[in-house]
Design a protein around this ligand. Sequence first.
Ligand SMILES: [Cu+2]
Length: 155
Amino acid sequence: MFRKLLIATGIVILTSAVSITSVWAATHEVLMLNKDPDNKKLRNVFSPAVLKIEVGDTVKFISTDKGHNTQSYKKGIPEGAEKWKSKIGKEFEITFTTEGTYQYKCTPHASMGMIGLILVGDYTGNYDDVQKNKKVKGKAKKAFKELYKQVDTME
Ligand SMILES: [Cu+2]
């Protein structure tokens, strides 16, 4: 009897642990677009371009407009974190298990400023990280500067 009770208790604990995980781990969507919905003059953008998420969350990149992809910047992600590069025009998702700042780009449009920022956990980084990164070039630099201004106004 006691043994049966123990097993039952175990199952209850296990089940609630699983449901807690699924409640807390969120999935966020980033659209890959030809035009910024908020500013029609801005072309080739990720929307939202800045995401603040928790460790364990997933980001799904939606190929709303074809011709874009998502690729992490070399030296633009935390040490030991998984780098990524998606296929152009395809949906892609990735789960973030390491805290830190992730700078990414659209491979064909990075030089036009199509870049994005994902901030995972408490460490949000700053624009100095971008300036130290030699892989961030041209209009991408200016675009990151704008994104970090947005970060400052986020809580
Ligand atoms: Cu693009």
